[in-house]
Ligand binder design. Structure first.
Ligand code: HEC
Length: 136
C-alpha cells in the first residue's frame, strides 16, 4: 500500500512536469510567428507605437498602459480591473481578443481595436514565450 501511494505521487509529479513543459513555449519559433504581428506591433530599442502598441516588456505589464498609445476602452478597463499580461493570458488573448475581453469584463459589448486572431495554439504559446524575452 505504501509503495502504491509512492507510485501515485511519482506519477503526479511527472504529470505536473509534463504540464509545465507544455506551458513553456519555444521563443525561437515564437520570433518567427511574430512576423505576423509586425504589421501592427513594433519591438526593439527604437520601437514606436503603430496600429497597435509597442510590445517591449509587455509580459508583466498592466494591460492598456503603454505610454502614448490610445487604447480601446475595454482593454483599458481590463487593465484598470487588474489584468497584468502573463504568457498564459496572452495565449488566451490571441485566440480571440474581442471574446477574451467580453469574458474578462463580463460585458457582451466589450470591443477591441485588435482584430487579429491567431488560431494555432502552438503558435500562440511560442509567440508568448518570445514576448517574454523582450525587455522594456
Ligand atoms: C491588425 C493589427 C494587429 C495585429 C496583426 C496584431 N495586433 Fe496586437 N494589438 C493591435 C491593436 C490595435 C491593439 C490595441 C487593442 C485595443 O486597444 O483594444 C493590440 C493589442 C495587443 C496586446 C495588448 C497590449 C497592451 O499594451 O495591453 C497584445 C499583448 C498584443 N496585441 C499582441 C499581439 C501579438 C502577439 C500579435 C501577433 C500574433 C498581434 N498582437 C497581432 C493590433 C494588432
Amino acid at each position: 500500500m505504501r509503495f502504491g501511494m509512492k507510485s501515485l505521487a511519482i506519477l503526479a509529479v511527472a504529470a505536473l512536469a509534463a504540464n509545465a513543459a507544455n506551458a513553456a513555449g519555444d521563443a525561437a519559433k515564437g520570433e518567427k510567428v511574430f512576423k505576423k504581428c509586425k504589421a501592427c506591433h513594433k519591438v526593439g530599442p527604437k520601437a514606436k507605437n503603430a496600429v497597435g502598441p509597442v510590445l517591449n516588456g509587455v509580459i508583466g505589464r498592466t494591460a492598456g498602459t503603454y505610454e502614448g498609445y490610445k487604447y480601446g476602452k475595454s482593454l483599458k478597463a481590463a487593465g484598470e480591473a487588474g489584468l497584468v499580461w502573463t504568457e498564459e493570458e496572452v495565449v488566451k488573448w490571441l485566440e480571440n481578443p474581442k471574446q477574451y475581453l467580453k469574458d474578462r469584463l463580463g460585458d457582451s459589448k466589450a470591443k477591441t481595436k485588435m482584430t487579429y486572431k491567431l488560431k494555432k495554439e502552438a503558435d500562440r504559446v511560442n509567440v508568448a514565450a518570445y514576448l517574454a524575452t523582450l525587455s522594456e
